[in-house]
Design a protein around this ligand. Sequence first.
Ligand code: NAP
Length: 516
Amino acid sequence: MTLVAVPIEVEDPGEVGTALEQAQRAKLGGADLVEFRIDVLVEHAEGVAAACRLVSDSPLPVLLTCRSEAEGGAWRGEETDRVSFLEAVGTAEIAPQFLDFEEAAWSRSANIRQKVRLVVDHPQQVRPERARLVLSKHDFDGRPADLTGRIASMAVDVDVVKVAWTARSLRDCLEAFEMPGLLGVPTVALCMGPFGLPSRVLAPKFGGFLTFAALDADSATAPGQPTLSQLMDLYRFRSIDTDTEVYGVAGWPVEHSKSPAFHNQAFAEQQRNAVYLPLPIAPDPTAFVATLEAWLAHPGLDLRGLSVTLPHKETLASFVIERGGVCDDATRLSGAANTLRVDASGQLHAFNTDVVAIEEALSERVDLKGQSALVLGAGGVARAATAALLRLGAQVRVMNRTAARAEALAASFEGPVEVVGEPGSVAAVVQCTSVGMSTGPDPKGCPVDPAMLPNNAVLLETVYEPAFTPIREAFSQAGGQSIGGLEMFRRQAAAQTRLWTGQEPGSAALAVLDDS
Ligand code: NAP
């Protein structure tokens, strides 16, 4: 079983009571141990007594760590002082279960190695259990040079090897996955930063000895650490094992995506052994292709599906075609895909559930066969809207700030698609610009004067933050029927669940994206 450790920083003896309360919260939240970070406490005159109390009164087993500034901590003293401190705490009657010591200091001096060994394993110590030595190495700048050779030499005569480095892309996680199986000693291999989350969450899939989780969002001790509740509740860490299927949302940015909340809940309700992660991939087709190829090729990863978002939807469609995969009609028509399914034989399938979602949402409200419909915008979502409207039998009018982009969109479709300068008489409007989006270029604006839209048309607003954009607000107040972007988002996500699992998402998953 992969242990979950919650780091708690203790700077002053006066903070011991609070730290023990936090340790109790970590226990209630499902953690297996606490890491007391005593980087600053070491300098305090009462530090040894305070650290001994932390160890003896902790409700959970303790990993004791004094992290140097060079490896991301706050300790900057003399090495002999740090070792003496650890000696005093480590040889007390109740010793910590684990003692962290950095490989950089360990490899520098035989004298220090001997002293640290005596701290954890003195022949004359009479204790129920000796402390176990965690030899650690951290690199905040990137992957340490000669990582493989380095960890092999770290694994000699220690209890646990820990290595953590800042990932340069998701591909670094693949190396972290391999390490626990390489060394023959319990190993913690974690990637830090925005690309590192898979190495933290999937540690049980690859036999990692432990992973770290912050008690609260603001108490993380390394970039990219999830919170304890995210790890336990969102990612269902305790149910991850070697057979867990991996899914995720690939795009840039993805950190605020609602998809992990929806899909992890859907998998939980279906009792499916699967996890869904945010997977940031830099906005460059080469990065997308290289990452996807590496992740698909990893034999133990079981990557079974992706939601793909801005800016990689078109690259996904071409990637699947080039690798002999199968694209659905909506992908072929729109030239972009937002869903990847990898079947058990490795065959790739691309789908466009944005098209399906727009089609479903409109067809429930209006029969567009033979009628005109307006698309506002000419970006990726406008392409999906155009494809959906053509499938519904509509004559499509496209209106965009940059007319040339609208012309290019129209030219790429076979069927009745024309570029227009004003809305005209239409039965449906699909708003596909980022105008009105709270974090977009013009949150208070409208892409077209709402008074120009016929109020007997149905307006589908694809922006979902806020639920009521200025154009939707004005259109609804004038008596028009409108559909919010969250409904489209929910429908495209539900279609992904059906494609991956063959089942409908449950009610709790749907409630995650409820805008009613
Ligand atoms: P995109 O490819 O970047 O296209 C953006 C579109 O907005 C372009 O047509 C652009 O016009 C237009 N635009 C941007 N700023 C403008 C301004 N100040 N005035 C007028 N037009 C402006 O983006 P996308 O992928 O199509 O996404 C568009 C929106 O769809 C996003 O904002 C997002 O909220 C929403 N969306 C919703 C869902 C869902 O499930 N509900 C899914 C994906 C996206 P130019 O061509 O002139 O630049």
